[in-house]
Design a protein around this ligand. Structure first.
Ligand code: SF4
Length: 389
């Protein structure tokens, strides 16, 4: 069956835009080592427009590339950021950003690592669409909220509940057996998907094939479903980890990290996590180091104040980078915030240059959309308000 083309860009198959090529780099679970951050900074500075853009699925993209040649690819590959060319676009593995460090019912990071290693080792799974999402929720409910195609929700340190088609299944499996089930479901999806992108798009007959796999490998949960325990508010600021070390969460203007700032992040030489809310977490820090990091990086544009509008607003590329855009969305947003009009911002906001709504947050938010007549605003799920901004 012929399928519509997969428009998600990769490194080897960058997407042409008005300001050059856009390459998206897979970061399973949003985890970035210092060496990887250094390689990303070099890639953006040497080949792109000098910025790392954070995506709503905790990946990174670089715009303004004239080409992605062997030299550019070699830098990413050497750092481990392109483990398999065939799986360049099979990359969406979301992990609760605080997993193993703060709260949650269990540490799901090892499962995500095991899954990605097996994924890039399986040629058949290179056929998964770029939109397919594996999810590993540690009990915060943050990954579950993104409706992963298949995934797990930690019940305790040894047991997980299977997620399928964005929902809890009430089926449990030992943690060390979970990855095999997820891979079996993904392989079966490749076989039955036809022209469907997501498990939620499948017809009942095809979905039943996947449900059968889950049922055969798991047992029913006889107890009450374990409640998720959400983290309250953005992960921005200073957080004491469960092991006594410190986690620093920051946002940057327009979710774009200048390459020079990325080099400083790499130089801290500690694990970094990019979150689906476009936060940058530097983890496992001693108190003294954490104080130094804030002192050095805050003047470079890292915002550690959870009350900052940048913790609640995001924007698509807009003009001039995107030819479809009705406005220079980013410049308009910056101007809007600078005017002070957004002092009582309240809502989560996403600004977009056309109806396509690239990068929209998963949850409820105020959608500020540019059109030929100016901007309209609407809360997701409501009719547009034509009042101009
Ligand atoms: S939402 Fe529209 S204007 Fe914005 S990046 Fe997507 S296609 Fe371009």
């Amino acid at each position: 069956m012929s399928r519509p083309s997969d428009r998600c860009p990769g490194v080897l198959d960058p997407h042409p835009a008005a300001d050059g090529l856009v390459a998206r780099i897979r970061l399973p679970g949003g985890a970035v080592t210092p060496a990887e951050m250094q390689a990303l900074a070099a890639f953006a500075a040497d080949h792109g427009d000098g910025f790392l853009e954070l995506t709503g699925r905790a990946n990174v993209q670089v715009r303004g590339l004239s080409e992605v040649d062997d030299t550019a690819i070699a830098g990413l590959r050497d750092a481990g950021l392109l483990p398999s060319g065939a799986h360049d676009r099979v990359r969406n593995t979301m992990v609760s950003p605080l997993s193993g460090r703060l709260g949650g019912h269990g540490d799901v990071r090892p499962l995500a690592s095991d899954l990605d290693a097996a994924l890039v080792d399986d040629p058949d799974l290179a056929a998964l669409p770029g939109r397919f999402l594996f999810g590993f929720d540690d009990g915060h409910g943050d990954v579950l909220a993104h409706g992963p195609d298949v995934g797990v929700l930690a019940v305790d340190g040894d047991t997980v509940e299977l997620l399928l088609g964005g929902r809890r299944t009430g089926r449990l499996v030992a943690s060390d057996g979970a990855v095999a089930v997820l891979l079996d479901v993904a392989r079966a999806f490749v076989g039955v998907r036809g022209d469907r992108w997501r498990i939620g798009d499948l017809d009942a007959e095809s979905l039943a094939v996947l449900v059968e796999i889950v049922d055969a490998a798991t047992r029913p949960d006889d107890a009450d479903p374990i409640p998720v325990v959400p983290h309250d508010g953005p992960i921005v600021g200073w957080f004491d980890q469960d092991d006594g070390t410190v986690l620093l969460g920051a946002v940057v203007e327009l979710a774009r990290i200048p390459a020079r700032t990325a080099e400083f992040l790499a130089a801290i030489d500690h694990p970094i996590v990019i979150t689906p809310d476009r936060e940058i977490l530097v983890c496992d820090l001693g108190e003294g180091v954490a104080e130094t990091v804030v002192r050095v990086l805050a003047p470079m544009g890292l915002v550690y104040d959870a009350a900052s509008p940048w913790a609640r607003v995001s924007a698509c590329a807009g003009s001039p980078g995107c030819a479809r855009s009705h406005a220079d969305v980013r410049a308009d947003l910056v101007e809007h915030l600078a005017s002070g009009e957004a002092a009582d911002l309240g809502d989560r906001q996403h600004w977009i240059g056309c109806e396509r709504g690239c990068g929209s947050p998963h949850g409820p938010h105020l959608r500020v959309e540019a059109g030929p007549e100016g901007y309209t605003r609407r809360r997701t799920g409501e009719d547009p308000d034509p009042g101009h901004l």
